[in-house]
Design a protein around this ligand. Structure first.
Ligand SMILES: *Cc1c(COP(=O)(O)O)cnc(C)c1O
Length: 376
């Protein structure tokens, strides 16, 4: 039986024409028409006068955002705990100190109350946080208005990790347009791909140009090689950007497909006691539903999420536990954490289900058979 993956790249069939165009122009570097146009397309799509610079990965974009936020060695950066490790690693690249904040139960993202407690406590200790990294996990918008308000009130730079949330909206406004900076990822498992890539979303042309400058080794504008600060080789290439241009044309359709997957699982789990699918809790939220996730109460459902994962695996269907909160990883265990055990509980009982925009009807039938039989 063929494998049903959690989330894979989904090509539209038009990627090669953009790549061919780059070959014809001999634009096989980090300069070229695809790169310019892909960034324009993203800016048009996001609106709100955003300025976008493409990078080799979402992780590189987070690193650049921290540098542009002025984060240096020994600075403190507040970071959502329940997320992928790439949200926090760039804090350590800068020699800065992560301070983790827990989740709330509505969106599974950063709890605004815990954030305020963290900010106040750090300030009382004489350490004003330099930046806040909030994540829209699994495509679900965080309570971004409350978080943005706190960032403004305490004069802290806000970075949105929207790596998984391209196309998600809060109160009709796109995720990635609320922070001083935001980041998206085009890794191959994300909603659209460039075969690996990312972007930093800025609020001004000046910041965008600074991001590109840092991403191309910080070379000063003189005929010889002159460097006044540390640069990086982080710029997206023009071939990858060509893939991105084709993917932008199918983004709306892929969001629709992923939301249909979410409807499918919602119906599937509706009558199974002890299960709960992550959903938009009000019309304020619009999720791209990058991944559909379910919580399984072992006592009520008679099986654990791990048992369901194994049952699916036996039928060659991939599912995956949720993010283990970062403050519980060995490498981050020594850093401070503010919050309750929401993330920990979600991690212990949750599962990400196959959610690709290329999931077929037959594949959904196979998934239905396993889940319905197992949890009935
Ligand atoms: C994928 C992802 C990243 C990193 O993006 P890459 O392009 O893989 O470097 C960062 N944060 C979150 C939440 C992600 O899901």
């Amino acid at each position: 039986m063929s494998k049903i993956a959690l989330s894979t790249s989904h090509l539209s069939g038009h990627e090669l024409s953009y790549i061919q165009d780059a070959f014809q122009r001999n634009e096989v570097s980090v300069y070229g028409a695809n790169l310019v146009q892909f960034e324009n397309d993203l800016e048009d799509y996001l609106g709100e006068n955003t300025k976008v610079a493409c990078t080799i990965s979402g992780t590189a974009a987070i690193h650049l955002a921290l540098i542009l936020a002025g984060v240096i060695q020994h600075d403190e950066v507040i970071c959502q705990s329940m997320t992928y490790v790439a949200s926090a690693n760039p804090i350590l690249y800068q020699g800065a100190i992560p301070v983790f904040v827990g989740s709330e139960t509505h969106t599974w993202n950063m709890c605004p109350d815990a954030l305020e407690i963290a900010i106040k406590d750090r300030i009382s200790k004489g350490k004003i946080p330099k930046a806040i990294i909030v994540v829209h996990s699994y495509g679900m918008p965080a309570q971004i208005d409350k978080i943005a308000k706190l960032a403004k009130q305490y004069n802290i730079i806000l970075i949105e990790d929207a790596a998984e949330a391209l196309g998600s909206e809060y109160k009709g406004r796109k995720c990635g347009t609320f922070g001083d900076f935001a980041v998206i990822s085009f890794n191959s498992n994300k909603i659209i791909t460039t075969a690996g890539g990312g972007a930093i979303i800025c609020k001004s042309e000046e910041m965008k140009q600074k991001a590109i400058f840092l991403a191309t080794q910080a070379r000063e504008k003189v005929p010889y090689y002159l460097h006044s600060e540390i640069g990086y080789n982080y710029r997206m290439n023009n071939i990858a950007a060509g893939i991105g241009r084709a993917q932008m044309n199918v983004l709306q359709n892929y969001i629709k497909k992923r939301r249909e997957n979410h409807d499918f699982y919602t119906k599937l789990f509706k009558n199974i006691e002890g299960t709960e699918v992550l959903k938009e809790t009000s019309t304020d939220y619009f999720s791209n539903h990058w991944l559909t996730c379910v919580l399984i109460n072992k006592e009520k459902a008679a099986h654990s999420s791990e048992e369901l994962r194994t049952a699916l695996q036996n039928e060659n269907i991939e599912s995956r536990p949720l993010w283990k909160p970062l403050h519980l990883h060995p490498m981050y265990a020594t850093f401070d954490f503010y919050g309750e055990k929401v993330g920990e509980n979600i991690f212990n009982t949750g599962l990400c289900l196959p959610s690709g925009s290329n999931l077929t009807t037959q594949e959904k039938e196979r998934i239905t058979q396993v889940i319905a039989a197992f949890l009935a």
